[in-house]
Ligand binder design. Structure first.
Ligand SMILES: Cc1ncc(C[n+]2csc(CCOP(=O)(O)OP(=O)(O)O)c2C)c(N)n1
Ligand SMILES: [Mg+2]
Length: 818
C-alpha cells in the first residue's frame, strides 16, 4: 500500500476547506493507524510463536506520527528511534512486508532495504547511496531517515548536524550549484523523535542546549507514555511534566531559544495543528521546536522481553485501555461534524460499519503482507536447505557404508520447522563434512567446493561494508609526495605546516567546515587554524561549546548531508566523551545499512607525550577496538598529518587523526604542494633501514625509537630497521612488516598504550595475519607504558612510558639472548 495522504493538505488553513479531501484524509489515517496497530499485534505474536527473535513496536504512538508525517517533506531528514513504524509507513518509505522482513532478519536487501537483516526490528532508515557507494542524486526529492541506533538518545547528536546542514546550505551561497542534490536553499527540516524516559540521558540535554545556541531547523517529538520499560517518569526526571522541565529553554521576546509545545497524543486535530505550527516555525524561522506529545500508551508493553502487567498498576493499565489513541480517534470520527456552512454540517462517517470494515481490511492486509514476508524469508533459506539435501543424498549414494549420514539427513529434515536459520543448515553440513575427513569421492569434492563458496558468500552477506567500498574508499587513494623548493632549507614549526595546509584545503574544498572547542576565534589551542576564521568566515571555521558527543554528532549529520566536516576533539582524552557516538553511530553506519548510508567525518585530535594523568595517555587499544569502521591514523609529524587530511578529503571514509601533541613546535620543511600531497592510508613506512632487528612503532614514540636506534648503532653496532605504522586502522595492507622480519628475524614493538593494548593488536596482525612468527629467531617483544596512567611531571613520565633506555636495554637483551 502506498500511503501518501500528506499531499491532501499542505497547511492548517486547508484543514476545514474541502469536506471530500478532509474525509479522505481522516479515513486514510484511520486505516493506517489500524494497519500499524495490527503490525504491532501480529509482530509480537510472531516472536512469541518462535518465528522471530525479538519484537519492539510502535503501538500507542500511531496518531501523533500520522500528524508528523503531514509536514515531513521531500528532502527532510528523520533521526529517530524504534517506535516510529507508523510515521515511516505514512511517509511512504516502509512497507508492511519490509517491516516483517526485518523482524525475521531477512538478509536480502530487496526484502529488507534498511539493513539487509543486520539491524533488529523497528530500526529504520532509508538509502542515501547508490549501489556503488556514491550519493543518490535525488535526496531532495525523497524522504530521508538516518539509520537508527538502539542506545537510547543516540539519535540526538546527529540530529544537530542534519539540521545545521540546512542553515549552512542557506548561508553558503557558492554551494548552491555544486550541492544542488543535497539541499534546496536550506529549506529542509530535521525531525527527531525520542521517548520520555530517554530524556534522562545526557545526550538529550547536550543536544537541546546546542540546538538552542545554534538556532537550527529541528522538530523534536517526545513520545511520552510515562514509562521507560518499567521505570515511571517520577524516577526519570525532575518535575511532573517534561515541557515544564524544559521551560528554561523556551524562547521569549528578549532571547532566542526553543519553541516548546505540549499536546495530547490522542487528539488527532490538535496534533495536526501542532505539527503545522511547528513546521512553520522550524522551516521558515530556523528555530528548533520541541513537541511534547503527552498521554500516550503502550498497549502491549515495552517489548516482547517483558509484560507490563509486572510493573504497571491495575489503575494505570485501565487508564491506558480507556485512553488508547486509536480508540479515541475512532470516537472522534464518529462524533465529529464538519462545518459545510453556517447551517449545515456533515459527519465523516454515517455509520460505524464503515470503520468496522476498515478494521477488517487492515487486519487482512497485514496478515497477508506478513505471510508474504515469511514465505520470501523461508524460501531464501529453503533454497540452501534443498541444496544441502541434494548434496547429502549424493554423498550417501557414494558412501553407502557410512550409515550415520542418514541421521544427519533426518536432522536436516526436521530442522528449521518453526524458525529457519542458515546456521542450523550450515552446522549440519559442516559436521558431515568433518566426519567425512578420510573419505574420497567426486561428490565429496563437490561438497567441499560448495561449502567454501556458499559459506564465503553468506559470510560476506553479514560482514561487508565495514569500510567504504566505493571508488572513493580511502585505501584506493594513491600517495602524492610532498614537494619542496630545492634550495629552501628553511624549517617552520609543525603547526605552521598544518595551518598553511588547512588554509589551502579550505580554498580547494568549498564544502569543508572545521569546528570544535577554541577552533574559531583563536584557531585551535595550538594555532593550527590561526587566522582561518577571519579568512573564511564563521560559517566554515567555528567555535562550539564544550560538548564532545554532540560535536561528533554535528559532524555525522553534516557529513550525511554532503558536507565535509573536520570536527576537532581538543585532546585525545576527551575522545572518550564522544566514543559512544563514534562507536554506536558513526563506525557502524555503512555496515549497519549495508552500504545504504555514509558520513565521511574527519575527527581531528591531539595526544600523547604531554606529562600527566590526563593529556598524555595513549588509549589506542581501546580506541581501535571500539572504532572498527573508522580509520585510525597516527602521523609522526605534521607533514604526515597534513597529508592524511588531504587524502581523507578525497575519500569517503570517516577517520580519526591523532596529531602528536609534542609535534607542533618541532621544525619541519614546508611543502610547496599544500593541500595536494597525500599520505597513503594503510601503508607503513620504513624510516630506517637495518638488518639486525625490526622496531615497529607509530606517532610520538617514533622519535624515541629513532634516538634509541642511533645509540644502538653508535655504541653497540646494532643495525635496527624502523617501521612507522602510521595507520592503525587499516593496518599494513601491503604486509610490508613481514618483509622486514624476513631480513632481521627479530621483532620489537614500541607503543605507549597499556600492556596488551594496541601492542596486542599489532602483534596479532603481524603474527597471525602476516605469519610473522615463521621468520622469528627470538620471541617477539613489546615495550609499552605501565598499566596506570602516567603521573604528572618528567619523572612520572620517565618511569611510566617507554624511554630510550628501555628500548636500548631491551634490544641488547634480545640480541644477547638469541
Ligand atoms: C543507553 C541505553 N540504556 C538502556 C537501554 C535499554 N532500554 C531500551 S529502551 C529503554 C526505555 C526507553 O524508554 P523511553 O525513552 O520512554 O521510550 P519508550 O520505549 O517508552 O518509547 C531502555 C532502558 C538502551 N537501549 N540504551
Ligand atoms: Mg516511554
Amino acid at each position: 500500500m502506498n500511503y501518501k495522504n500528506s499531499k491532501l493538505i499542505d497547511n492548517e488553513e486547508q484543514l476545514y476547506f474541502d469536506f471530500d479531501s478532509f474525509q479522505k484524509m481522516v479515513l486514510n489515517d484511520y486505516k493506517l493507524a489500524r494497519i500499524s496497530r495490527e503490525i504491532s499485534i501480529l509482530g509480537r505474536k510472531e516472536v512469541l510463536n518462535g518465528r522471530a527473535k525479538f519484537g519492539i513496536f510502535g503501538d500507542g504512538k500511531e496518531i501523533p506520527q500520522l500528524a508528523m508525517a503531514k509536514v515531513f517533506k521531500n528532502g527532510d531528514y528523520r533521526s529517530g528511534y524504534y517506535r516510529d513504524q507508523t510515521f515511516m509507513i505514512a511517509i511512504g518509505v516502509l512497507t508492511v512486508k519490509n517491516f516483517f522482513s526485518q523482524l525475521y532478519a531477512h538478509s536480502d536487501l530487496k526484502e529488507e532495504p534498511v539493513s539487509s537483516g543486520r539491524m533488529m526490528t523497528s530500526h529504520f532508515g532509508t538509502r542515501f547511496l547508490n549501489k556503488d557507494g556514491n550519493w543518490k542524486n535525488n535526496l531532495i526529492q525523497q524522504k530521508n531517515s538516518s539509520a537508527d541506533v538502539s542506545s537510547t538518545a543516540a539519535q540526538m547528536p546527529r540530529l544537530l548536524g542534519l539540521a545545521q546542514a540546512s542553515t549552512i546550505y542557506k548561508k553558503l551561497k557558492n554551494l548552491k550549484k555544486t550541492h544542488k542534490m543535497f539541499s534546496h536553499n536550506g529549506n529542509e527540516v530535521a525531525f527527531g523523535t525520542i521517548g520520555n524516559a530517554s530524556i534522562s540521558e545526557g545526550l538529550f540535554w547536550e543536544t537541546l542546549n546546542a540546538a538552542s545556541v545554534l538556532q537550527i531547523p529541528i522538530i523534536l517529538s517526545i513520545w511520552d507514555d510515562e514509562y521507560g520499560i518499567s521505570v515511571p517518569n517520577k524516577y526519570q526526571f525532575s518535575k511532573k511534566n517534561i515541557s515544564d522541565l524544559l521551560y528554561g529553554f523556551h524562547r521569549n521576546k528578549k532571547e532566542k531559544g526553543i519553541e516548546i509545545i505540549r499536546v495530547n497524543g490522542a487528539n488527532y486535530i490538535d496534533l495536526i495543528k501542532t505539527y503545522f505550527k511547528a513546521d512553520k516555525i522550524a522551516r521558515n524561522e530556523h528555530v528548533p521546536v520541541i513537541i511534547h506529545v503527552a498521554c500516550l500508551t503502550q498497549p502491549q508493553g515495552h517489548s516482547t522481553s517483558s509484560s507490563h502487567e509486572r510493573y504497571k498498576s491495575k489503575k494505570r493499565l485501565e487508564w491506558e485501555m480507556n485512553n488508547d489513541g486509536i480508540n479515541k480517534f475512532r470516537d472522534w470520527i464518529l462524533n465529529f461534524k464538519f462545518q459545510i456552512n453556517q447551517k449545515n454540517n456533515r459527519k465523516i462517517v454515517d455509520n460505524v460499519c464503515i470503520l468496522d470494515k476498515i478494521d477488517i481490511e487492515a487486519k487482512d492486509y497485514v496478515r497477508n503482507e506478513k505471510e508474504k514476508a515469511w514465505k520470501a524469508f523461508q524460501k531464501s533459506i529453503n533454497k540452501i536447505k534443498n541444496e544441502v539435501f541434494s548434496i547429502l543424498d549424493q554423498i550417501q549414494n557414494n558412501h553407502e557404508e557410512e550409515k550415520w549420514i542418514k541421521k544427519y539427513i533426518r536432522e536436516l529434515h526436521y530442522t528449521n520447522k518453526s524458525y529457519p536459520t542458515k546456521k542450523s543448515i550450515f552446522c549440519i553440513a559442516r559436521k558431515v563434512f568433518c566426519l567425512l575427513s578420510e573419505k574420497k569421492s567426486n561428490s565429496k569434492d563437490f561438497f567441499k567446493k560448495w561449502l567454501n563458496k556458499k559459506y564465503h558468500e553468506e559470510q560476506k552477506n553479514y560482514s561487508s561494508h565495514l569500510y567504504s567500498l566505493s571508488e572513493k574508499a580511502s585505501v584506493r587513494i594513491t600517495e602524492v609526495f610532498p614537494i619542496y623548493n630545492n634550495n629552501d632549507t628553511k624549517k617552520v614549526d609543525g603547526r605552521i605546516i598544518l595551518r598553511e595546509n588547512f588554509d589551502k584545503l579550505l580554498e580547494l574544498h568549498p564544502d569543508l567546515l572545521i569546528f570544535g572547542e577554541d577552533v574559531g576565534k583563536i584557531g585551535d589551542v595550538n594555532q593550527g587554524l590561526e587566522g582561518l576564521q577571519k579568512k573564511y568566515g564563521k560559517i566554515r571555521v567555528f567555535d562550539t561549546g564544550i560538548r564532545e558527543s554532540t560535536i561528533l554528532g554535528q559532524g555525522i549529520g553534516l557529513a550525511m548531508r554532503g558536507l565535509r566536516p573536520i570536527v576537532e576533539i581538543q585532546y585525545i582524552d576527551y575522545v572518550l566523551y564522544a566514543l559512544q557516538i563514534m562507536s554506536d553511530d558513526l563506525a557502524c553506519l555503512q555496515y549497519r545499512t549495508k552500504g545504504g548510508q555514509k558520513a565521511p567525518v574527519i575527527i581531528r585530535t591531539r595526544g600523547h607525550r604531554l606529562e600527566g594523568i590526563w593529556h598524555s595517555g595513549s588509549p589506542m587499544g581501546g580506541i581501535i577496538n571500539y572504532l572498527r569502521g573508522i580509520l585510525v591514523l597516527v602521523p609522526r609529524n605534521m607533514v604526515k598529518a597534513a597529508g592524511f587530511y588531504n587524502t581523507l578529503l578525497h575519500g569517503d571514509d570517516p577517520a580519526l587523526v591523532v596529531e602528536c601533541l609534542n609535534g607542533y613546535r618541532i621544525k619541519e620543511k614546508l611543502p610547496k604542494n599544500l593541500g595536494l600531497f597525500r599520505t597513503p592510508i594503510g601503508i607503513v613506512e620504513k624510516t630506517r633501514t637495518g638488518k639486525d632487528i625490526t622496531m615497529i612503532t607509530y606517532g610520538s614514540t617514533w622519535r624515541i625509537v629513532n634516538e634509541a636506534a642511533e645509540e644502538l648503532s653508535n655504541i653497540n653496532n646494532i643495525d635496527s630497521e624502523i617501521i612507522d605504522i602510521q595507520s592503525l586502522l587499516p593496518f599494513d595492507i601491503q604486509k610490508d612488516i613481514v618483509k622486514s622480519l624476513q631480513k632481521t628475524n627479530r621483532l620489537l614493538i614500541i607503543d605507549e598504550d597499556v600492556p596488551g593494548g594496541a601492542s596486542a593488536y599489532i602483534l596479532q596482525k603481524i603474527l597471525e595475519e602476516q605469519n610473522g612468527y615463521y621468520y622469528l629467531d627470538s620471541p617477539p617483544v613489546t615495550i609499552t607504558a605501565q598499566e596506570h596512567r602516567p603521573p604528572y611531571g618528567s619523572d612520572g613520565d620517565y618511569f611510566s612510558k617507554p624511554s630510550v633506555e628501555n628500548i636500548v636495554e631491551k634490544v641488547l637483551k634480545i640480541m644477547h639472548d638469541s
